[in-house]
Design a binder for this molecule. Structure first.
Ligand code: TZP
Ligand code: MG
Length: 221
């Protein structure tokens, strides 16, 4: 946050390098353990995404969110809430991330004010333009590769949209998402992404810390 109370776009960009997303269903181990290890490895921003079959609801969801938020706070890692604006407001989270089926960023901005991070998933140049017009702070672009972490994922598109956006001079902070691993992250960054966003490559790793370390090295430029 810059001194006039508005978010500093370059600070947002710097935080996007290793964007870890997780909910309780993404790991067989306790989420708090996985997140703690992942942050030790170099995660730079975290999104609480509690959805899909078996996801926690109600008080259990709120309690897990609080636990993970506290871990993020202790390590200076921004805590972003997926979809659930009321939860983000209740916990005074650092921001929210929404898809195309959720409330538009323009409405979120009115509810959250200028100091919160608003991220939007975009899949086409039109969705990108709209999100920027609506005041998004960053974009998630994908799915870059096939993913098994999202049932209703859009068609895989590789790195072409990211590349085209940058060629057109669009400078908004953005991450690639979908099926990104240590082995295939480099082309995403080379296409112009400021970072990579991952679920399974860290949450499903035997050693989340080591997995995060590899992403941190790849994204350090
Ligand atoms: N949005 C597009 S792909 C995806 C989301 C939330 C899932 C990414 O998970 P993974 O395990 O990194 O492919
Ligand atoms: Mg959503």
């Amino acid at each position: 946050i810059s001194n006039d109370g508005r978010l500093d776009s370059e600070a947002v960009r710097a935080h996007l390098r290793v964007y870890f997303i997780m909910g309780s269903v993404n790991s067989r181990r306790p989420a708090a353990e996985v997140l703690t290890e992942a942050i030790a490895g170099g995660v730079t921003i975290f999104q609480f995404r509690e959805k899909g079959p078996g996801a926690l609801i109600g008080e259990a969801k709120v309690n897990l969110a609080r636990e993970l938020q506290a871990i993020c706070r202790d390590h200076g890692v921004p805590f972003i809430v997926n979809d659930d604006i009321d939860l983000a407001i209740q916990l005074d989270a650092d921001g929210v991330h929404v898809g195309q089926d959720d409330e538009p960023a323009r409405v979120l901005r009115e509810r959250l004010g200028s100091r919160k991070i608003i991220g939007v998933s975009a899949h086409t140049p039109e969705e990108v333009r709209q999100a920027i017009d609506d005041g998004a702070d960053y974009l998630g672009i994908g799915p870059v590769y096939p993913t098994s972490s999202k049932d209703d994922a859009r068609p895989v598109q590789g790195t072409i949209l990211i590349q085209n956006l940058r060629r057109e001079g669009i400078t908004i902070p953005l991450v690639g998402i979908g099926g990104i691993t240590a082995a295939n992250a480099s082309p995403v960054l080379a296409a112009g992404a400021d970072g990579v966003s991952v679920i399974s490559a860290i949450a499903g790793a035997d050693h989340p810390q080591e997995a995060a370390e590899v992403f941190a090295q790849l994204a350090a430029r």
